[in-house]
Design a protein around this ligand. Sequence first.
Ligand code: FAD
Length: 611
Amino acid sequence: MTPGFKAYPRPTSCNGVEVDILGSEGCPHIESDTRVPEGARKGDSMRGFTALLLVALCHIHAAVSTNTVGPASSLLGCKASQLLTGPNELQVAEFRSKLSDPTALNTHFSYDYSASLITDGLANGTDPVYVYAMPRFIVTASVPEDVVAAVQFAADYNLQVAALGSGHQLAGIALPECGVTIEMYKFQKLNFDPATNLATVGMGVKTGTVAEALTHQYHQLPSIGECFDVCVAGFALQGGLGLIFRYHGTAADFIQSMDVVTVGADKKAVRQTISATSQPDLFWGMRGAGGNLGVAIEYTTKTFAVPVNSQTIRYGFDIADGEDVLTWYAGVVPKCPRSINPGAFLTGGGKPASLFLFFNNVGPITAETEACFQMLFDYAAPRALSSSQPGQPYTTLDYLDFSNQTSVYSECVNNTAATYWNTYFSANGSSTTGTLSPDLIQAALTQARTNPYDTFSIGFLAGPSLPQGEDAQYFTPNAFSFRDSYYVFVGDTWDVPADDASHISHMKQASAALKAHCVGNYINQLMMEDPDDSVNSYEAGIFARLEGVKAVYDPNNLFRDLRYVHPKLQAPTGILNGDIYDALPFSAAEAMAPAPVNAVSGAEAPHPMQG
Ligand SMILES: Cc1cc2nc3c(=O)[nH]c(=O)nc-3n(C[C@H](O)[C@H](O)[C@H](O)COP(=O)(O)OP(=O)(O)OC[C@H]3O[C@@H](n4cnc5c(N)ncnc54)[C@H](O)[C@@H]3O)c2cc1C
């Protein structure tokens, strides 16, 4: 036991799913299925880097109306042409017979059920963005063979297919309309080898499970996110920015190998282990654009030593000083060592102290880290309205106390709030060498000053750069884009459905204002409201290479299109090109109603998702 770390009792399984950890057993306090939340578990305090980020990020609305089942509604959202060319009942039955568990195939679910697979967002669908797409088939895979069978089924009938981790991508990009969604939550493998500090993680494992298992016993962590409830799957396969991403790198950066299922030109689903030396192009692409190329079953990743306590401090300023404070911040960040996570947050609502700076060290205390904190202290102490540690450069906290329900991580489960967010990467500014552009600063200040909600926030965090030093030997280039930028977060969370329209309207305005001064998107935290959002999630050179990789490893475009446009934003093709949609109920209440009898017979029912 490493001094300073607490020992926690360990059960033998997580919600009945065995967890295989070398030298330990189980994972306390972790849910394995986000669809069945236990209820709000808000913590009593918000602390440090994570706390400030989570003010914006982690007020979860479950969006869950639990598992509504409605016969015939599995056809909702499908075009008539898709129904005609899709599998018939016998072919579906044949597929079902290939699964390890025949009940793993769900074809009778409702729109509500489909939406419930997405962990967050708005349940009431007052905005078209929040009306999720609906797959026609949902497969709860238990073993790799189920994944292979499901991907083969999709390939046989030209159905779009996607894996679903914990459904934390709020736009619901894991739900291909009229396609196949493969739920991965039963893949709970978690092995750790103390000799190499490599961990092998199943794609259903959540952040908190990894943290619980590895920090307390081994004092190690892979690059993980801020919220215990988020699955490592989509997080790592599309980047993965969290606790130690500035210090070491993204989650994608340190994946050493991956067990994946893809479909080539011959339309045969293939399962293989890929790495920098085995299918290197696919390995490159899966780490940054995983959902576009295949299904990952598990991966092996490098882990890093984590500190017992982290140093942190937060200062609050009058937003009237915003331009000066943010300009200072952008100038000083590049001078701080990588182990320090600097963040600047603006909030709306017109409160006096609506601008915060926080600095958080997740590495050892060195002369460089001390100098960084001293710069912050010297600048902020005379100007700030508030300090988390008055008169001191920093305080310390048990930053990695994941099992404590009062820790910042408990803020990741709030079943009452709706969330809306976008994340961009700044233009003309580098978190290691440059500054935030004055235009971006002005845009942010204008939005914060005019937004009426104190739940609204904008964050500027120093983004990841290329892994350095000893870390470099575990790194191979991948498709994650926009390193060295500032990670520009804009988000809001609220509880009252009647307020949806107003919050969303302000969020759209703020998102557009900030995006105008940024170079790209972070697809993991994006509402996918613009048709070019998917393309703009990659640098041009990386996108071009991805197109080449896609042409080889997914030539039939069964996995998410690289030029994906959220179904709700697409032109009303049902009217324009003669395809006829089912009448998809717009509201949750209507979703309970039986499917219209004329749905497939040619009636020109409007597609309710078109608003
Ligand atoms: C409360 C909250 C906190 C968050 N905190 C952070 C954070 O700190 N840092 C950060 O970077 N992001 C954060 N996110 C965003 C998060 O990383 C993304 O939403 C991520 O996609 C979630 O992973 P998932 O497995 O739940 O994805 P899902 O929503 O299930 O899927 C997202 C995409 O990943 C694909 N995918 C999922 N599993 C697989 C697989 N096995 N193989 C291939 N493709 C797969 C899906 O097909 C889809 O395209 C947060 C989100 C929420 C809601």
